[in-house]
Design a protein around this ligand. Structure first.
Ligand SMILES: Cc1cc2nc3c(=O)[nH]c(=O)nc-3n(C[C@H](O)[C@H](O)[C@H](O)COP(=O)(O)O)c2cc1C
Length: 96
């Protein structure tokens, strides 16, 4: 089989994606009970970015703790979760 096309870039709007290898969203169930994530989760995604994945879609994030029903994926109704999520996205970009 010829996989050359996999290693060609494409655009999503103005965003250039360097190849067509995309990691599906997979929740890690690794957030803390207060909805924050720690550096282990950032390291996990950074490692995948270093491996050359063109685009990584992070796993689910729940809007509220109630909707999460005990799942440790983080909640988006708390502003204090934003800095670590921003670090997560930035580290993936730096790793490339
Ligand atoms: C362990 C695991 C966790 C997953 N977590 C999420 C998730 O958080 N959000 C989501 O949209 N899909 C999630 N999925 C679904 C995958 O992103 C993907 O859509 C699914 O595995 C089907 O992929 P396929 O169509 O390539 O077979 C998860 C799948 C697995 C196996």
């Amino acid at each position: 089989m010829n996989y050359e096309k996999l290693f060609t870039l494409f655009y999503i709007g103005k965003m250039k994606v360097k190849n067509r290898i995309v990691m599906s969203p997979m929740g890690l169930n690794a957030a803390h009970a207060d909805g924050t994530i720690d550096n282990d989760e950032i390291d996990y995604f950074e490692e995948r970015a270093r491996g050359g994945t063109g685009m990584i879609i992070v796993g689910c994030q729940f809007l509220t703790q109630e909707l999460a029903q005990g799942s440790l994926e983080g909640y988006l109704d708390r502003t204090y979760v934003i800095p670590q999520l921003t670090n997560l996205c930035s580290s993936g970009i730096k790793a490339k």
